[in-house]
Design a protein around this ligand. Structure first.
Ligand code: ZN
Length: 324
């Protein structure tokens, strides 16, 4: 691929960056769902049309690169300047059905960090169940009571406050274990009048055989995102270790090679978590801290760029800012 033409401002920024830092600079993009979902409360979706525009922009302004290659480059001191890696977190089935064919069409590699437990398959991910409960009965004004950590919390749920209340409940549920969270999700489902066990096809996570299909071919890698998606640094160390080791082994059972990389659920990581990731045998880990990857970046705290449902032009501008 030839080097794209850059405008004057970009060229000046590039010169400034060169003077500041030795070595190349790369960006890892973080996606979740590729779907049209106007009710998406957490900003997890990029529409298929925008995703395709992003891929065209990547071809135009950057060098699409396999994440494994970028990580090897960091170790050997040869990061290709302008390298951009596409990643997905969680393992939604639209990654296989919608994103994968588009990535193939553009010849752009991608890495999926998959949750390896049954959440997302037997039941929807907890944040999707919370989002669905709060969206149900929109327009009604009702009281909601949840007992979290022995303390009863009460909200008067009105239409304009739903989003804010959703964020509050999200923050309360985030540090909990799956077992602690489940009864609260059932209270929420009952309050909203929705089936707590229904898995909407639009929100389903891939089954293991679908993850195997996702990983087929030279463009795609499937790595780990823990078993149950805990906010790792907020959980006891033995639980963190189990989550990391088992998820790595699950990937090995499905794909023949244990996971080499992982991404931190909810971006929650501290020094202890980082050490546990290394001890579990991973070669690298991606966080959610915003910014470019540089030669001096810690391979166990790789920054990523959260990608919103924006146009190809918006992404191109952001990439030029981050890369050059
Ligand atoms: Zn996640």
């Amino acid at each position: 691929m030839t080097r794209p033409k850059l405008d004057l401002r970009t060229r000046l920024r590039r010169i400034r960056n060169r003077m500041r830092r030795p070595g190349g600079q790369a960006v890892i993009l973080m996606y979740h769902r590729i779907a049209d979902d106007p009710g998406d409360p957490w900003g997890n979706c990029v529409s298929p049309a925008n995703f395709e525009a992003h891929l065209a922009a990547l071809r135009r302004v950057a060098r699409p690169t396999r994440l494994a290659e970028l990580v090897e480059g960091l170790a050997s001191g040869t990061v290709r300047d302008g390298a951009v890696c596409v990643t997905f977190d969680d393992g939604y089935v639209d990654n296989l059905e919608v994103a994968r064919p588009l990535l193939e069409r553009y010849g752009i590699p991608a890495t999926l960090f998959a949750i390896t437990g049954r959440e997302g398959r037997d039941r929807e991910f907890w944040w999707d169940r919370l989002g669905r409960a709060l969206a149900a009965g929109e327009g009604q004004e009702t009281d909601l009571v949840l007992e979290v950590g022995g303390e009863a919390r009460k909200w008067r749920v009105t239409a304009p406050q739903r989003r804010e209340i959703g964020r509050e409940i999200h923050a309360l549920l985030l540090p909990l274990s799956t077992e602690e969270r489940e009864p609260l999700l059932r209270v929420l489902a009952e309050w909203a009048g929705v089936d707590p066990d229904e898995v909407r096809p639009s929100h389903r996570a891939m089954e293991p055989e679908e993850l195997v299909r996702m990983a087929e071919g030279p463009l795609f890698d499937v790595e780990a995102h823990t078993v149950n998606h805990p906010a790792l640094s907020l959980r006891p160390p033995p639980e963190q270790g189990r989550e990391l080791e088992r998820a790595r082994a699950h990937v090995g059972t499905w794909l023949g090679t244990p996971a080499r990389g992982m991404s931190y659920p909810h971006g929650r990581v501290d020094d202890l978590t980082r050490r546990l990731v290394q001890e579990a045998g991973y070669a690298y880990a991606c966080g959610s801290a915003e910014g470019p990857v540089r030669m001096e970046s810690d391979p166990f705290m790789l920054p990523r760029a959260y990608i919103a449902d924006s146009s190809g032009e918006t992404l191109a501008r952001r990439l030029k800012w981050l890369l050059y």
